[in-house]
Write a new protein. Structure first.
Length: 528
């Protein structure tokens, strides 16, 4: 049975079952050889060949003949002198190759041999460099159909399919291998990783990615790395079989899946797959902008409404205070006039006609001033001071003794610009004269100090009158008589309408255990 015919330079080589023949191209002389039991080649000149092993293939390369036998392995033979015994230069037994069926010449003096243990890579001296099997990526370890080369690729035929590899990559030292993104599955739906753009809704946030990479050689030398930026920036490496990755509940954003191989310490090129997950509409910039503008508008409206409410409330309170003030002044003015008429009556009864006439003239001027200021809610401090000076001049006519009266204003006070309620001091000055100084024996003085304290206007009315007796010194009837005068009560109510910070304080002065006058302190808050 004829197995192989090759050109061996000056000879033609023919393999037929257990023998091979070398035919001289010029003389057509045929030399027959067969394999010895130990693999030695013997020049057979006579007799039929022995059954010493099937010769499958002959290969002539670089002046040497390579003989492949399933029983005897692979031999390298020098055929320069076929008249004598052929010289076996190298022999690789079948125990190491295990049922070799076909060999193929490669580059750089290498050989490819298909065996029952996989694909063997040998050098020119028949030294095994590598053996590739199913662990290295072959479809099947046992190769029963041989090998071939086409278009620069090596086709390895196994029992269950064909494996394809680049002989240059396989025969060289370790080379970087490119990783391929094979499958991308999003929520159970397969996506095409080569189709762009990759954009998904916020609900499509469960990704499964599977990669693949060619592997011939020791798979322990192969590492597969992956990462998902910016989810993680550190490479995660595993074995070649760890090629399935899953990412669940990814937040909206832009992502890039990257994979690369490391073979025997050499890094391969990065293969990437980019995609984006859209945020839900309530997290988009335009929705947040509209929401922010709406909330800002609502807060602005609420703030303005609150300010307007306070302004309206302040206007209402001011109006109420004005009405109260007007009501109090309406009661105060008749009260003042009634007291002044009583003073005129007293002067007439005492037959002090000249004093009565003078009092009546001054009183008429004072009444005109009252009618003028009663229409105002506030008047300059200077006008208030002038009014009270004129009032005290009238009351002096009733005194048989000297009354020292003075109003002292601090230098830092501009009496023309500071406004005060009209007749705010008069009831207390009147009370000091009538109930304190008239009943006092000896010199009488009445002093009014006006100054500022913590931006508030302070009016201090000080007299050295008889003061107010303690309750222990009075019986019930006397206590009823010493109750606050009507004018003073009205003034207290007027001060209460001036708002927060306004106050009225009356201090009883005591000297040697006896009352020695009073100090009235009126605090008017700053209206700035």
């Amino acid at each position: 049975m004829l197995h192989d015919i090759i050109d061996c330079g000056n000879w033609m080589g023919i393999a037929a079952h257990s023998a091979f023949y070398l035919v001289d191209k010029q003389t057509h002389k045929v030399s027959t050889f067969h394999l010895g039991k130990e693999g030695d080649l013997v020049n057979i000149k006579k007799g039929p060949p022995t059954e010493s092993g099937t010769i499958h293939q002959l290969l002539f390369k670089d002046g040497f003949l390579f003989i492949l036998s399933s029983e005897r392995g692979l031999l390298k033979v020098n055929i320069e002198n076929i008249e004598s015994e052929l010289q076996v230069l190298s022999h690789l037994s079948d125990r190491k190759l295990h049922a070799p069926i076909e060999m193929l010449s490669g580059d750089n003096g290498n050989f490819w041999v298909a065996t029952g243990n996989g694909l063997a890579l040998l050098d020119n001296d028949l030294t095994i460099k590598k053996i590739f099997n199913s662990q290295h990526g072959l479809v099947r370890t046992k190769l029963s159909q041989g090998i071939s080369v086409a278009n620069g690729l090596l086709f390895i035929n196994g029992e269950n399919g064909i494996s394809i590899g680049d002989p240059n990559v396989l025969s060289s030292s370790s080379q970087p291998v490119e990783v391929d993104i094979r499958d991308v599955i999003v929520r159970g739906k397969k996506e095409n990783p080569d189709q762009f753009p990759h954009s998904f809704s916020h609900k499509e946030n469960d990704f499964q990615i599977q990669t693949s990479m060619p592997a011939f050689g020791n798979v322990e030398e192969y590492q597969l790395g992956h990462r998902l930026r910016p989810h993680n920036s550190v490479w995660i490496f595993g074995g070649i079989e760890d090629n399935h990755f899953r990412y669940e509940n990814l937040a909206p954003g832009h992502y890039t899946f990257e994979a690369r191989s490391i073979v025997d310490g050499i890094e391969g090129e990065i293969t990437s797959f980019s995609f984006s997950i859209k945020p839900p509409f309530w997290k988009t910039w335009w929705f947040l902008l509209i929401s922010g503008v709406s909330i800002l508008g609502l807060l602005t409206w609420a703030y303005k409404a609150r300010i307007q409410y306070k302004v309206n409330q302040e206007k209402l309170n001011t109006r109420i205070a004005k009405l109260q003030n007007e009501a109090i002044r309406a009661q105060l003015n008749p009260h003042f006039i009634f007291n002044a008429l009583n003073s005129i009556r007293s002067l007439i009864l005492l037959d002090k006609k000249e004093s009565s006439i003078e009092y009546l003239g001054n009183f008429s001027h004072l009444v005109r001033e009252i009618l003028s200021i009663s229409k105002e809610t506030s008047i300059p401090l200077e006008r208030e001071i002038a009014f009270n000076k004129k009032y005290v001049e009238i009351e002096r006519l009733r005194f048989s003794k000297k009354l020292d009266f003075i109003i002292v204003v601090d230098d830092d006070i501009n009496a023309e610009e500071i406004a005060v309620p009209p007749m705010i001091m008069q009831p207390f000055i009147e009370n000091a004269i009538w109930h304190g100084l008239l009943g006092k024996a000896g010199p009488a003085y009445l002093r009014v100090n006006i100054f500022t304290q913590k931006d508030n206007l302070i009016i201090e009315i000080d007299d050295n009158g008889v003061g107010r007796p303690s309750k222990s010194d009075l019986n019930v009837k006397d206590q009823q008589k010493t109750r606050k005068g009507f004018g003073q009560l009205l003034s207290q109510e007027r001060i209460n309408t001036l708002g927060k910070g306004a106050s009225l304080e009356i201090i009883d002065k005591v000297e040697r255990g006896r009352p020695s006058g009073t100090i009235v302190i009126i605090t008017i808050p700053d209206k700035k």
